[in-house]
Ligand binder design. Sequence first.
Ligand SMILES: Cc1cc2nc3c(=O)[nH]c(=O)nc-3n(C[C@H](O)[C@H](O)[C@H](O)COP(=O)(O)O)c2cc1C
Length: 209
Amino acid sequence: MNYLDALKKRYSVKKFDAEKSVSSEVLHHILEAAQLSASSLGLQPYNILIIETPEMKEKLIPAFYNPSQISTCSHLIAIVSKKGIGADYLGKYFSYISETREIPLDELNPFKNSISKHMGSLSEEEMLNWSQKQSYIVLGNLMFAAALEEVDTCPMEGFKQELIDEILAINTEKEKVSVTLAIGYRSQDDEFQNLKKVRKPNDKLFKFI
Ligand SMILES: Cc1cc2nc3c(=O)[nH]c(=O)nc-3n(C[C@H](O)[C@H](O)[C@H](O)COP(=O)(O)O)c2cc1C
């Protein structure tokens, strides 16, 4: 599907058709868009959980303020952001670059040291803020890829932080759920699909300078 048509067709689904699931093949194509996402310094400071069992979706219902999507979606994707980047994580990342690109680790040291210095200069709050921004790039790519695959979605951050982290057994000293994405196929009786898009007109949104 043409990408603009896909973006026009997509909307934030409130109710999915609970009888329809996204096939494993299509799901993996969509997830590849997450894997290929760009991230600041390439650090990918997140993990991605794919919740597929009815039991786990059921457990998560109380964690959402408006859970109609959770009870009807095919899969729920949770993007879990790292709260910090430690020496160990950085070391593994650089070993992986060295292995993948066949560059001696020593040659990467100046880059590694500058990243380490930069990370060390951030407060906890700045670090989390930086990390969470990367998660939203993944979210955007997932939504776009899903739309092109004609899979419907609803991005959701209307959840109770402590509860969702607890249910998903997140190690909250090191990470937290930033945002979730329900995916599936729209229910024909979800009235939201008939609403016109409310968007700023181009002259309010864009300024050419
Ligand atoms: C980061 C983010 C979080 C959102 N959280 C929720 C949510 O918790 N529940 C919900 O029903 N919609 C949620 N939305 C959907 C927005 O309300 C929706 O994208 C916006 O109103 C534009 O409508 P459209 O997506 O249907 O075009 C979220 C959207 C974004 C981008």
